[in-house]
Design a protein around this ligand. Structure first.
Ligand code: S3P
Length: 445
């Protein structure tokens, strides 16, 4: 990522139109990784071609798989078979992507190869001990910087042992890293999660022919088990639109008077839809049309219309199903009437940026009254009138902070500027053009 790209968003008229936001980032990473260890050619329709996912594609090539894009945008991955990844001759650069780094560390941990992982300045600050601790228990070794940060080397093994591991944090990335290591480990590997997190790894593994079971335990936790060393068969994958990306135009439409948008083919996996439940509770007009299943994942078309929103309390147990959506929810809350309290946001501190601080700082600059609680809660006081805006907001290499404040700028009295929109390309290439095509006014400064 090179030069900073400041962007300014101003309020305009209504947003109108029908659109399809890019493919789901979580599913895209997983389709490349599983395609790379399956036997045969996996064909992927609708892969997100954001920088995060392109880093995964490059890493899978360095590990021996073929991953190419056809002229028509379809991706073809020729897998090496489980256990067949080769030692990469270059450092694996995962860019800005925690998902790419953590999941791939799990996959290579159960291969007898040594790989070196690095990332950009944001990723190299993020905690990795949450994955290296269980993967070490399974038999992999890690050599890295103090505090378990990237760059680090993974010394994998083909003699890994299965574990039963209770997640200390609600994290699909950690769950998936362990499952992906368990995939090439003889025996049954089990991850216990107290709160259900996104299950794309489990769903896609079944799609490729692996045995993955989920069992509810006496204390209500879920035990997810994978039977090691299956034959994975190449598959056709249809990646739904990313509900986390759809969140930006959806909230923009709720905020801009007169707006009506139809968002097509949006992933509706119930472990991802917490934002939409919350917006409905706030009084948002969102209709879910044409609900259907697409290659194992539920999808729908969303019809979103402008209307007044009211403040709500968002319970902590909803966090895993909307973990990436709090910044844009905070933008909606700033324009709602009344107070919104979001509980249980500790994990927001270790995302692409410390999102809890970045959101609170940015909203304060825009004239919104907010409080961050000692319990990692965020309280946003909406007045039902447009916030002032008229500020430049720091984004700290975080795509979702950038997009959330550009959405806020569509509803504030004065424009909102973000200091760097370059990182939007990690998850939502074409965001500015798409939003402007619907009636937004976002310009380079
Ligand atoms: C992701 C899981 C979430 C989320 C990230 C994508 C995934 O992270 O924030 O954007 O694809 O598994 P955690 O699992 O660490 O909460």
């Amino acid at each position: 990522m090179s030069l900073a790209k400041p962007l300014r968003s101003s309020s305009t008229g209504a947003l109108k139109g029908t659109l399809r936001v890019p493919g789901d980032k979580s599913i895209s990473h997983r389709s490349l990784m599983l395609g790379a260890v399956a036997v045969g050619e996996t064909v992927i329709h609708g892969l997100l071609e954001g920088e995060d996912v392109l880093h995964t594609a490059a890493a899978m090539r360095l590990l021996g798989a073929e991953a190419e894009r056809d002229a028509d945008g379809v991706w073809r991955v020729r897998g090496v078979g489980l256990g067949g990844l080769r030692e990469p001759a270059q450092v694996l650069d995962m860019g800005n992507s925690g998902t790419a780094a953590r999941l791939l560390m799990g996959l290579v941990a159960a291969h007898p190869i040594t790989s070196v992982f690095t990332g950009d300045a944001s990723l190299n600050k993020r905690p990795m001990a949450r994955v290296t601790t269980p993967l070490e228990q399974m038999g992999a070794r890690f050599v890295g910087r103090g505090g378990g940060r990237l760059p680090l080397a993974v010394v994998g093994s083909d003699q890994t042992i299965p574990v039963t591991y209770r997640l200390p944090v609600a994290s699909a990335q950690v769950k998936s890293a362990i499952i992906l290591c368990g995939l090439n480990t003889a025996g049954i590997t089990t991850v216990i999660e107290a709160e259900p997190t996104r299950d794309h790894t489990e769903l896609m593994l079944r799609h490729f022919g692996a045995t993955v079971t989920t069992e509810r335990m006496a204390d209500g936790a879920l035990a997810v088990s994978v039977t090691g060393q299956p034959e994975l068969t190449a598959r056709e994958i249809f990646v739904p639109s990313d509900p986390s990306s759809a969140a930006f135009p959806a909230v923009a439409a709720l905020l801009r008077p007169g707006s009506e948008l139809v968002l097509r083919d949006v992933g509706m996996n119930p472990r991802r839809t917490g934002l939409y439940d919350t917006l409905l509770e706030m009084g948002g007009s969102i209709a879910f049309e044409n609900r259907r299943d697409q290659a194992g994942e539920p999808v729908a078309d969303l019809r979103v219309k402008h209307g007044p929103l009211k403040g709500v309390v968002v319970p902590a147990d909803r966090a895993p199903s909307m973990i990436d959506e709090y910044p844009v929810l905070a933008a909606a809350a700033a324009c709602a009437e009344g107070t919104t309290v979001m509980l249980g946001l500790k994990e927001l501190r270790v995302k692409e940026s410390d999102r809890l601080s970045m959101v609170a700082e940015g909203l304060t600059r825009c004239g919104v009254k907010v409080e961050v609680g000692a319990d990692d809660s965020l309280t946003v006081h909406g007045t039902g009138r447009p916030p002032q805006g008229g500020a430049t907001v720091a984004t700290a290499m975080d795509h979702r902070i950038a997009m959330s404040f550009l959405v806020l700028g569509m509803a504030t009295s004065e424009p909102v500027q973000v200091d760097d929109g370059a990182f939007i390309d990690t998850s939502f290439p074409g965001f500015v053009g798409l939003m402007n095509g619907l009636g937004a006014s976002i310009a380079e400064v």
